[in-house]
Design a protein around this ligand. Structure first.
Ligand SMILES: C[S@@+](CC[C@H](N)C(=O)[O-])C[C@H]1O[C@@H](n2cnc3c(N)ncnc32)[C@H](O)[C@@H]1O
Length: 261
């Protein structure tokens, strides 16, 4: 791709994500800042990667994640979920007696990136854990990570990575726990909700959605088929806070249940 093409595709991404005003504000914000203190930078490698010998660290802006798919412009970014937050919400979900047994559930991470969350999900007794990723290079990294993870016998359920667009994914039979870490902007969330409503039309009560940083959460709120079970902030461990470049204590997580319409 020429530099001009790359610049044009980043501009299209920014306009789709932030609108004209936001794009201009971001461009201005990129001007060199004079107020950062040298030596305050956080480590780039997450302890999760050091501990398990995998590669899930790093922040890649959505404008740099090109796959050739029309939904590239709505890709927010790659960034791995703080493990402590993920485990807290998962343990709460598992402890909730309002759904069927976890062994019946398919766990699906739409926008799995390098696979950090899907690896952690495979430590629970799901029927299976599936990660879906649009960007081929990230999907390849996720697969390599998964090999390390499963070779170390960390997965207690079948686990796989699929390289495809989230709105083109066919949900397997049975109950589903869908996990989203703010992977894409509102137009893709809208299409996804239409798809969920059709795929789960005859499965009321059998779809739960955990949505971290729910930037398009109002679309679930507004849909008659989804009930908000819980929303709030999720504490992060000291270890995660010490290395996290993106998360803030105010980040929200929302949990929805599909009741059907
Ligand atoms: C914030 S990262 C989350 C990574 C992972 N789920 C986690 O929790 O650690 C969002 C990911 O969604 C992917 N993504 C964005 N749009 C997508 C789409 N339409 N279909 C599938 N994946 C998508 C991005 O490439 C990125 O890797």
């Amino acid at each position: 791709m020429t530099r001009l093409n790359a610049a044009w595709s980043k501009l299209r991404w920014s306009l789709a994500q932030r609108g004209l005003r936001g794009t201009m504000r971001t461009a201005l914000g990129r001007l060199p800042r004079q107020d950062t203190t040298p030596g305050e930078e956080k480590p780039l490698l997450h302890p999760f990667d050091q501990r398990y010998g995998v590669d899930t660290s790093g922040l890649i802006g959505g404008g740099d994640l090109r796959s050739g798919h029309k939904n590239d412009v709505f890709n927010t970014a790659y960034y791995g979920m703080a493990p402590s937050r993920f485990r807290r919400v998962m343990e709460d979900w598992v402890a909730d007696s309002g759904h069927a047994a976890i062994s019946q559930y398919n766990f699906v991470d739409l926008g799995c990136g390098k696979g950090r969350a899907v690896m952690m999900a495979s430590e629970f007794q799901f029927r299976q854990a599936i990660g879906v990723e649009l960007n081929p290079s990230l999907a390849k990294t996720a697969e390599a990570n998964l090999t390390v993870w499963t070779d170390a016998a960390r997965a207690v359920c079948p686990v796989q990575i699929l390289c495809q667009d989230a709105t083109e994914f066919s949900f397997p039979e049975g109950p589903c726990l869908l996990y989203l870490f703010n992977p894409f902007a509102a137009p893709v969330v809208k299409r996804l909700i239409e798809r969920l409503a059709s795929e789960f039309a005859d499965r009321p009560g059998l779809l739960d959605v955990i949505y971290f940083n729910p930037e398009a959460g109002e679309m679930f709120d507004a849909h008659a088929g989804f009930k908000l079970l819980w929303t709030g902030t999720v504490e992060m461990s000291e270890e995660d806070a010490a290395v996290d470049h993106v998360a803030s204590p105010e980040d929200l997580c929302s949990v929805y249940r599909w009741g059907g319409v």
